[in-house]
Design a protein around this ligand. Sequence first.
Ligand SMILES: CC(C)(COP(=O)(O)OP(=O)(O)OC[C@H]1O[C@@H](n2cnc3c(N)ncnc32)[C@H](O)[C@@H]1OP(=O)(O)O)[C@@H](O)C(=O)NCCC(=O)NCCS
Length: 206
Amino acid sequence: MRLGPLRVPAGVVELRPPRLSDGGTWSRVRLRDRRYLEEWEPVAPGTWEDRNSPLAWLAQWGTLRGLARRGVSIPLVIVLDGRPAGQITVGGIVRGALCSGWVGYWVGTHAAGGGVATAAVAMVVDHCFASAGLHRVEATVRPENVPSLRVLAKLGFREEGLFRRYLDVAGDWRDHRCLALTTEDIPGGLVARLLAEGRAAPAEKV
Ligand SMILES: CC(C)(COP(=O)(O)OP(=O)(O)OC[C@H]1O[C@@H](n2cnc3c(N)ncnc32)[C@H](O)[C@@H]1OP(=O)(O)O)[C@@H](O)C(=O)NCCC(=O)NCCS
């Protein structure tokens, strides 16, 4: 599955499934950007170096693939101008009467501030609603994470509430704002909205 391409100020953004060969770039960017990423990501066992080594990618890639095959996750690599620049994942997918999942994302510092995450979230939410059978997508964000809240605000995510001491992040249990969209909020889709607002433009495949 590939989503995009979409042109934003930073370049041309596409989404594709993770590959085993992404490990080198993934590890290099995440080791370089530790301070910028660690402040917002849930803790996990092991040191940052161990968790983000090229070897760690093998395990993560296998886990992501397994979750995708079980239909509980949609893991994607964010590609900017043909090169991996981050990740976006829809996880915790529950079907039945809920048909909902959460979206999580990160973009390397070299690619930040140019509309990449906004385009990625727009494309993945449209996919969730138009093809993956979801009715709702939520995002939980620390109140201090201004760039991430801005991404969601640009896309019209609604405030749903504050989850107290919700996730173990950067050494403590942190409050998170919960924002969400349901299909009724965006009948025409998020990409169409970005195009209409001039925040993105159609692009040729890179
Ligand atoms: C959050 C994140 C994914 C945003 O990626 P991005 O590609 O830079 O996002 P975009 O460029 O689409 O949008 C970011 C917006 O925040 C704004 N912004 C960035 N830093 C800001 C700051 N310190 N204060 C105010 N606004 C800020 C940008 O100007 C932009 O808004 P604009 O388009 O109105 O100018 C990226 O910063 C990141 O990976 N951070 C670390 C991991 C993380 O926080 N993940 C999300 C966890 S919920």
